[in-house]
Design a protein around this ligand. Structure first.
Ligand code: 1GP
Length: 256
């Protein structure tokens, strides 16, 4: 069943050409600084906040961070867990994600099986997601024991994305890794978008409006940025990226 947060994301994608989501790594913030960041990104018209990172210190810290953010902003807060320690009762929803190109079954179904009863107990909205790591090695690929899909092999990304769709996952995510030298390749995004109909999320290594335009023109429905907001002048950069989301939807849709 599609829940409130998922419906909100789908409506926003329908209404705008593409949407931006801000990622906050709980390891890098205090509850106070997380609230401040959340308020700032909300003012930039980011559509939602994702909470997650490749490593995590403690679940009580995660609770404090998410609770503080929830008290500050109205936009949805969605968990982006790297493990069962990334589950928290204060969030609105959770990406129920499987790392499709992991070589370790724990990251494909193991953690999900352990986490499912906790998610049910907390009453979190669940959004099924196929997660695919591309590009060079990143913290996410090392922790998740993934074999990243090379940018020059877009057909492999298509195969993984199709599998996500055929499994019934409702979103698919091409992840270059936080702080990646460059975002997922435009050809790869374009081929995945042309071959699938579930919304496409793209994240990792986006820093400029130009990159955002290219990624959205190639077919991304949601772009995620994390690192940028941690930098000096980050809020202005996020505002610039959100402004660059607008594309010629008709031209894009005609192509698909
Ligand atoms: C989330 O990895 C992205 O999927 C975030 O990447 O930190 O490079 O924006 P950046």
């Amino acid at each position: 069943m599609i829940g409130k947060v998922e419906k909100y994301l789908l409506d926003r994608i329908q209404q705008y050409d593409a949407i931006h989501i801000s990622l906050i790594d709980p390891e890098k913030v205090t509850p106070q600084s997380a609230s401040k960041i959340a308020r700032e990104v909300e003012s930039c018209k980011t559509a939602a906040i994702m909470i997650g990172g490749s490593t995590l210190t403690s679940t009580s810290h995660l609770d404090d961070v998410v609770e503080a953010i929830k008290k500050t902003v109205k936009i949805p807060v969605i968990l982006f867990p790297n493990n069962i320690t990334g589950i928290c009762k204060y969030a609105d929803a959770i990406w129920f994600m499987s790392l499709l190109n992991s070589s370790d079954p724990y990251f494909i179904t193991g953690a999900q099986i352990l986490g499912a009863p906790i998610i049910k107990k907390f009453g979190l909205e669940v959004i099924p997601l196929g997660y695919i790591i591309v590009g060079e090695n990143s913290a996410a690929s090392v922790v998740g024991r993934a074999c990243p899909i090379p940018y020059a092999k877009p057909e492999l990304a298509v195969a993984h994305a199709l599998a996500a769709q055929y499994f019934g996952m409702r979103f698919v995510y091409l992840e270059a890794g936080s702080g990646a030298k460059r975002p997922p390749a435009n050809d790869m995004i374009r081929m995945v978008k042309e071959s699938t109909y579930i919304p496409l999320i793209v994240g990792g290594g986006m820093r400029t409006g130009e990159q955002v335009k290219e990624v959205v023109d190639a077919g991304a429905d949601i772009i995620v940025t994390g690192t940028l907001i941690e930098e000096r002048g980050g809020v202005d950069k996020i505002r610039e990226l959100v402004d660059c989301l607008k594309t010629d939807r008709k031209a894009r849709d005609d192509r698909f």
